[in-house]
Design a protein around this ligand. Structure first.
Ligand code: PBG
Length: 397
């Protein structure tokens, strides 16, 4: 019995060759339980039969004809044809990686005379204002698409509401002015709009008397911070605090004083991740405990779509998923639905893991970095924040 339907126009009386072939295909399909393959083979048989040499009545014996048809039936698909040479592979590559798609996160620290190495992120530094300028120029010259600046205040300058964050003379705002002056519009200057680096308790927001993070009180602080950052020269604000309504509050605050051109890169989906570990060292975080009452549960997928919708409705110009590598499914979901460009943040722990494995000789560093970036792009990120931005930009140009 036939398991698959013969192609349109084919009747059982069509030709005896066809009938034979069709029976064999049906057997194949039954064996493999794989109707699509069988249908493809039917198509081949049909094509083979249509060939003048194979039509009944030519010089070929029936047996030869049968052989030909069977050979074409069993010809295998050869995807390797397009992988044979670098030129072929380049021709058919679906995903691109270009310097303009990369954003470099940078740290500027108060009260240091020399750049300070971050032990859990070899190759990444807390910059002085001077070394920050140099690194910003290097990144911009390499074609990097943007710079995302984080500030590291002196421990004694931290307080409960993160006052330094909105102080024009706070380290982050001084850093923003320095790079704005240095690189102008050669690349996009972005600021982290979150309080955690500046609070003495290390939380991303203001803490209420009962110890919880007070969402709406925090929004006021975010607006103050955003205005100071826009004044200091930030073209785009990264809202990483995961307070409800933060994008809308900041948008309204900016617009009210005429900063209508300052864009918002909204951390739409941000998960409470263990992979932020090295970042906490990088910014000298004072946090004790975790951020699970405001960052998302790694178990959840659906709520990222809700966060996306809210951020879009509140006026996000770009939406981001963070971390990247453990959340590529979320990234794909967001990319499929977003009406604005999508970014992903390859965070400190991702940097640290690849760096550490490469230092031990366990993986090929450059190949692993390139593959990780390509994977994040392929999953749907138009833009990737990565501590390798400048180095990768050099490789790519
Ligand atoms: C918080 C913030 C964090 C990162 C960026 N912004 C840390 C956190 O949420 O605990 C992490 C970035 C990284 O790990 O590279 N404002």
């Amino acid at each position: 019995m036939c398991a698959v339907q013969p192609p349109t126009g084919c009747t059982i009386e069509h030709t005896c060759e066809y009938t034979d072939a069709h029976r064999q295909i049906s057997a194949l399909a039954l064996e493999n339980c794989w109707a699509t393959t069988a249908l493809k083979v039917i198509h081949r048989v049909k094509t083979a039969l249509a060939h003048p040499e194979n039509t009944p009545g030519d010089a070929l014996s029936g047996q030869k004809r049968q052989g030909r048809i069977l050979r074409s039936m069993t010809a295998i698909e050869r995807p390797r044809r397009l992988r044979r040479t670098p030129a072929l592979r380049r021709l058919v590559a679906e995903t691109t990686l270009q310097p303009r798609q990369l954003v470099l996160p940078m740290f500027v620290a108060d009260g240091i005379d020399d750049p300070r190495a971050i032990s859990s992120m070899p190759g990444v530094y807390q910059h002085t204002l001077d070394s920050l300028r140099k690194a910003a120029v290097e990144a911009a010259t390499a074609g990097v698409g943007g710079l995302m600046l984080f500030g590291v205040p002196l421990p004694e300058d931290k307080d409960a509401i993160g006052s330094q964050a909105s102080d024009p003379d706070g380290i982050l705002n001084r850093g923003l002015r320095a790079i704005a002056e240095e690189v102008g519009d050669a690349t996009v200057i972005m600021a982290d709009t979150c309080l955690d680096e500046f609070t003495d308790h290390g939380h991303c927001g203001v803490v209420a008397a009962d110890g919880t993070v007070d969402n709406d009180a925090t929004l006021h602080r975010y607006v103050e911070m955003a205005l100071a950052q826009a004044d200091a020269g930030a073209a785009m604000l990264g809202t990483s605090g995961m307070m409800d309504g933060q994008v809308g509050a900041i948008r309204r605050g900016l617009d009210a004083v005429g900063h209508t051109d300052t864009a918002i890169l909204a951390y739409a989906a941000k998960y409470a991740s263990a992979f932020y570990g090295p970042f906490r060292e990088a910014v000298g975080s004072s946090l004790v405990g975790d951020r699970r009452t405001y960052q998302q549960d790694p178990a959840n997928r659906r709520e990222s779509l809700r966060e996306l919708e809210l951020d879009l409705a509140e006026g996000a110009d770009i939406v981001m998923v963070k971390p990247a590598m453990s959340y590529l499914d979320i990234l794909r979901d967001v990319a499929d639905r977003s009406t604005v460009p999508v970014a992903a943040y390859q965070i400190s722990g991702e940097y640290a893991m690849i760096t550490a494995a490469a230092e031990r000789g366990w993986i090929d560093r450059r190949a692993a970095i390139e593959e990780s970036l390509l994977g994040i792009r392929r999953a749907g990120a138009d833009i990737v924040l990565t501590y390798w931005a400048t180095e990768a930009a050099h490789w790519l140009s």
